[in-house]
Design a protein around this ligand. Structure first.
Ligand SMILES: [Fe+2]
Length: 204
């Protein structure tokens, strides 16, 4: 937090589950593909400090699956399940379908768990979607986003929550209200959970 940029979307923790070389996901692509859990449509726009679209920005995405586990923790998942790299459109917009992330406990069977118990804290992390925003001319922005209705927002074991990273998750009942480029637009079960995610780059 001491080293965070003075403006733009706040940064947050990287965590242990980021991988290099995640597969490319087309803008509008589908990471969910009918897997266990509730589908989530994320759409938004990336702009710079002047509000101009940040063409060429790459979003590196990773999160846990609907069973609460990251691919690296779960042999039943493909190694890059829910890991992706998405390049935003020239107007800065992007969309994708994923699974609604699930709150989970950090491992608490070792000294970290002992420390949390001594401090009277719990081991839960609120559900979150990890992201690295890689924009030309900018340092990478490492951050994560949380649904506003998560019961663990005020007790995050790793202190990752910032007010500017908490998003309303809504229910969309009208398929035609979903982004036009969404690959799963015509096949998603309705109503579907959706989140709007607008990003402002830090100063270059
Ligand atoms: Fe995480």
């Amino acid at each position: 937090m001491v080293n965070a940029a003075p403006a733009g979307t706040p940064s947050s923790v990287l965590g242990p589950f980021h991988i290099e070389g995640a597969p490319e996901l087309p803008n509008g692509g589908d990471l969910w593909r009918g897997q266990v859990g509730e589908p989530l449509v994320v759409s938004g726009r990336v702009v710079d400090q002047k509000g101009a679209p940040a063409a060429g920005t790459v979003l590196v995405l990773w999160q846990n699956a609907g069973n609460g586990l990251y691919a690296q923790q779960d042999p039943s998942q493909a190694p890059t399940n829910y890991h992706a790299r998405l390049t935003v459109a020239d107007d800065g917009t992007f969309s994708f379908t994923t699974v609604r992330p699930v709150s989970y406990k950090v491992p608490d069977d070792g000294p970290a768990g002992d420390m949390l118990r001594v401090l009277g804290r719990d081991a839960w992390r609120p559900a979150h979607l990890h992201m690295i925003v890689q924009a030309p001319g900018h340092a990478p922005l490492i951050t994560e986003f949380f649904p506003e209705d998560d019961e663990h927002l005020d007790g995050d074991a790793v202190f990752g929550v910032r007010a500017g990273l908490v998003l309303p998750f809504s229910k969309v009942t009208d398929r035609t209200a979903l982004p036009a480029n969404l690959v799963a637009r015509d096949t998603l079960p309705m109503p579907v959970c959706a989140a709007r995610l607008d990003l402002t780059l830090p100063p270059g």
